[in-house]
Design a protein around this ligand. Structure first.
Ligand code: ZN
Length: 223
């Protein structure tokens, strides 16, 4: 099956079945059943406050993203405490090798996931979370990131750009340059040795273990 037919089939399955939605199946855009109450106090930690040499390139606070719209009020990135602690260990290990983290996105309010779903073409839906399930970003347990060289400050080459919606984004893609694949695999190996798991379609996206127990949140970024 070629890639285009494969992605069309996946999209069709998602649309027809809700991809195993455990929530209401009459609408894929309903809030998930485990949505936290607005009063839920999330311990969101701002990443640059605990990893001072982490850079941010928060594309969703700009129009440079796959929907071409600014959906975050501020270019800031947050995670809940357990993945933050693991990320501190990741950054220490990479710092010794001469690399720093560049964060594209982390905690994402649920209403932004809904915007993404509504603005994504049917044949690209496999790259976005289904609103009725919520995403791991909504739970404060997922991060999108790349690497930069601590000496030059330059971003490391990867097989695709962040949020590029094609097979180059797959973490097992064997095309591109050897150094881009080496950079991607280094990031994945260090992240996975600290409790994160890479997304099957996105080399830059990692979920932290235990995310299933966390409620979906729609709280705005902390002040
Ligand atoms: Zn992501």
């Amino acid at each position: 099956m070629n890639l285009r037919i494969f992605s069309l089939t996946v999209s069709l399955l998602i649309l027809l079945t809700g991809q195993g939605c455990t929530c209401r199946t009459d609408s894929l855009t309903s809030p998930p059943p485990d949505m936290a109450a607005p009063s839920y106090k999330a311990d969101l930690v701002e990443i640059v406050k605990v990893i001072p040499d982490a850079k941010t390139d928060i594309r969703y606070a700009t129009t440079n993203n796959f929907i071409g719209k600014k959906v975050y009020p501020d270019a800031r990135a947050f995670l809940l405490r357990p993945p933050t602690d693991a990320l501190i260990a990741v950054s220490a290990e990479l710092r010794e090798k001469g690399y720093g983290l560049i964060v594209y996105d982390a905690y994402r309010p649920w209403s932004v996931t809904l915007i993404f779903w509504n603005l994504t073409a049917p044949d690209k839906k496999q790259f976005v979370a289904i609103p009725c399930e919520g995403s791991v970003h909504n739970r404060g347990y997922a991060i999108d990131l790349g690497l930069y060289d601590l000496k030059t400050g330059k971003e490391l080459e990867m097989p695709s750009d962040f949020d590029e919606m094609n097979e180059k984004a797959y973490p097992d893609y064997q095309g591109g340059t050897e150094s881009s694949r080496r950079n991607r695999d280094l990031l994945r190996n260090v992240m996975e040795s600290h409790g994160f798991t890479v997304h099957p379609c996105e080399w830059w996206h990692f979920n932290y273990k235990g995310w299933e127990k966390q409620p979906v949140m729609d709280a705005p970024f902390p002040k």
